[in-house]
Design a protein around this ligand. Structure first.
Ligand code: GLA
Length: 390
């Protein structure tokens, strides 16, 4: 479904349920992660982009304390009041919205005074690693802050969504997904620095495009693998802060040269985990210099390096993603390919010559199908505008 169709369906369903059009509708896109994997919570750097698919949130005020939230694809409705906002164990999709509402009011949603009736619908494939959950949080925070007349800047809104993930959805994510959805710009990459939370946009030009290849390998970040990687990075940072004669708060502060010299004091697994975000930070900085000079193929080569680092050191890839990257590498019109997002399944992000898109998806689909029996989904992605009120 195209965005306009999603919007029309949502508004139609809302009107049918409540007898009037929603007072406010907000939209927030998903994201692709282009370079810089698991660097955000290490206070490092990332290149990402908002995509041309997203989620719409429609809302009107209610007259009392009651709130209602409907997932328009399932037509399931969760009901709660301002004083019963809490993480849910059933219909867990509501946690992204209720968590966001909760933190928009600093954990005291009763301060909102009156409740609301909301409904959401999106077209981001679920479990693909395209951050459908962050998109839902960002359209929620935009719509509800408008409804209540609460002014928040984009970074604060992104942090509200992140807090909902941590406390209501149970995923200790960084700020990448929410920030990319907020700061996306058409035709551009977002370059983020998660130490200072600064977000610049860099134009990509028409010579290259991104292709997302969604494997059918399960991708779930709440099952502990993501959290264990994050913990290993934090343990490593503590170790380096003890052995390096400088301030180390996060792995952002450790260089590759320092890792080479000092990693022997870490256990093997922690050392392997640590080298990934350290290398990724360096690759993002190199990538920025290459983009400035228009050296897109060299930028793509860094994406291949990034995937090798995931595969061999961070071990957040899987056989299906490796197959996609290995197949892509043999196609001259693919300049770079890597897993995108948390990993452990989900999608790969390819930097491609858009004129060869059909050829590329045919070859990758054929190889993948021969190995796994089912087909991956290949789609060209247009870097797009970030979250906004409609
Ligand atoms: C997931 C998380 C992000 C980030 C990426 C990996 O998408 O939600 O915060 O850590 O994984 O770079």
């Amino acid at each position: 479904m195209q965005n306009q169709e999603v919007y029309d369906e949502l508004v139609g369903k809302f009107e049918k349920m409540y007898g009037a059009k929603p007072q406010i509708v907000a939209y927030a896109p998903g994201r692709i992660e282009v370079l810089g994997n698991h660097t955000d919570y290490n206070e490092g750097y990332v290149f990402s982009a908002a995509i041309d698919k997203g989620t719409f949130f429609a809302v009107s005020p209610s007259d009392d304390e009651n709130c209602e939230l409907t997932a328009a694809d399932l037509m399931e409705t969760a009901k709660f009041t301002l004083s019963t906002v809490a993480p849910a164990k059933e219909m867990t999709w509501q946690n992204y919205v209720t968590g966001t509402f909760n933190w928009l009011f600093d954990g005291e949603p009763a301060k909102a005074g009156k409740g609301w009736k909301g409904m959401f619908l999106g077209n981001i494939p679920l479990g693909a690693g395209l951050s459908s959950s962050a998109a839902l949080e960002m359209c929620t925070v935009l719509a509800l802050s408008k409804l209540y007349g609460v002014e928040k800047d984009k970074t604060t809104m992104a942090k509200i969504g992140q807090k909902a993930e941590h406390t209501f959805a149970g995923c200790p994510c960084g700020l990448l997904d929410q920030a990319s959805s907020m700061y996306g710009k058409a035709g551009s990459l977002v370059k983020s620095d998660f130490r200072y939370n600064t977000f610049e946009t860099v134009e990509m030009g028409p010579k290259v495009a991104f292709m997302m290849v969604k494997s059918n390998a399960k991708h779930a970040l709440v099952d502990g693998a993501y959290a264990s990687r994050r913990k290993a990075c934090e343990d490593a940072a503590k170790y380096f802060s003890g052995v390096l004669r400088k301030k180390v708060a996060h792995l952002r502060d450790v260089t590759m040269a320092e890792w080479v010299l000092y990693h022997g004091g870490l256990d093997d697994t922690t050392a392997r985990r640590a080298v990934h975000p350290i290398g990724e930070d360096e690759r993002v900085l190199q990538g920025a210099a290459l983009l400035e000079k228009g050296e897109l193929e060299a930028f793509g080569a860094l994406m291949y390096d990034s995937h090798e680092s995931s595969r061999n050191w961070f071990e957040n890839s899987c056989e299906e993603l490796d197959t996609i990257v290995d197949t892509a590498k043999a196609i001259p019109e693919v300049y770079g390919a890597r897993l995108s997002g948390g990993g452990f399944g989900g999608s790969c992000c390819l930097l491609v010559n858009p004129e060869a898109a059909d050829k590329i998806s045919t070859i990758i689909t054929k190889e993948y199908k021969a190995k796994y029996g089912d087909e991956p989904t290949c789609s060209l992605i247009k870097p797009s505008e970030g979250a906004h009120i409609i």
